[in-house]
Design a binder for this molecule. Structure first.
Ligand code: SF4
Ligand code: SF4
Length: 156
């Protein structure tokens, strides 16, 4: 989905994704029923917990710098390929509610792959159909809409 602006080479050099410390467990992908079915079809039975009306991976209690690595990660990347959760397909974009309650599309400021783009450049990228797709998904799947987080830039 983001191949035009985020190259596999950039991510391979960064590898920040798919591991979650105690401060960013809220970033775990929300899993709609069809994604859970795909996880089971792949032969995995990770522990899940509710996330709004949907589910997410159950992480253990973490101390210090310890990381919870997503159970769908393998040495070569995500085992789910094109069927990975929508949250992961659009990452580092996020669906968020701003402090006034408006639905926004934001981008993770700390993603090295996004730092070279201005807000206007990212807006142009989103305008080519992806913003509409993300906003429609957010309306249909409110459990994926995150609370406001200041380390994200508002793009849309
Ligand atoms: S943080 Fe950004 S650059 Fe790093 S692996 Fe994730 S998407 Fe790629
Ligand atoms: S589902 Fe795949 S892309 Fe998403 S966090 Fe897990 S390993 Fe990473």
């Amino acid at each position: 989905m983001l191949k035009k602006i985020l190259s596999p080479k950039t991510c391979a050099a960064c590898r920040l994704c798919c591991g979650f410390d105690r401060t960013d467990l809220w970033e775990l992908p929300v899993l709609p029923a069809e994604t859970v079915a795909e996880i089971h079809r792949l032969g995995k039975q990770p522990a899940l917990v509710p996330a709004g009306t949907e589910q997410t991976f159950a992480a253990p209690h973490l101390e210090g710098e310890a990381l919870f690595v997503c159970p769908m990660l393998c040495e070569t990347g995500c085992t789910m390929g094109a069927d990975k959760p929508f949250d992961c397909r659009i990452w580092p974009f996020r669906m968020m509610r701003d402090p006034e309650g408006a639905l926004r599309i934001t981008v993770a400021s700390y993603c090295p792959g996004m730092q070279k783009y201005t807000d206007a450049q990212l807006r142009d990228f989103l305008a080519d159909g992806l913003a509409a797709q993300i906003l429609a998904y957010a309306e249909a799947h409110p459990a994926h809409v995150k609370a406001w987080a200041s380390e994200y830039r508002v793009i849309w």
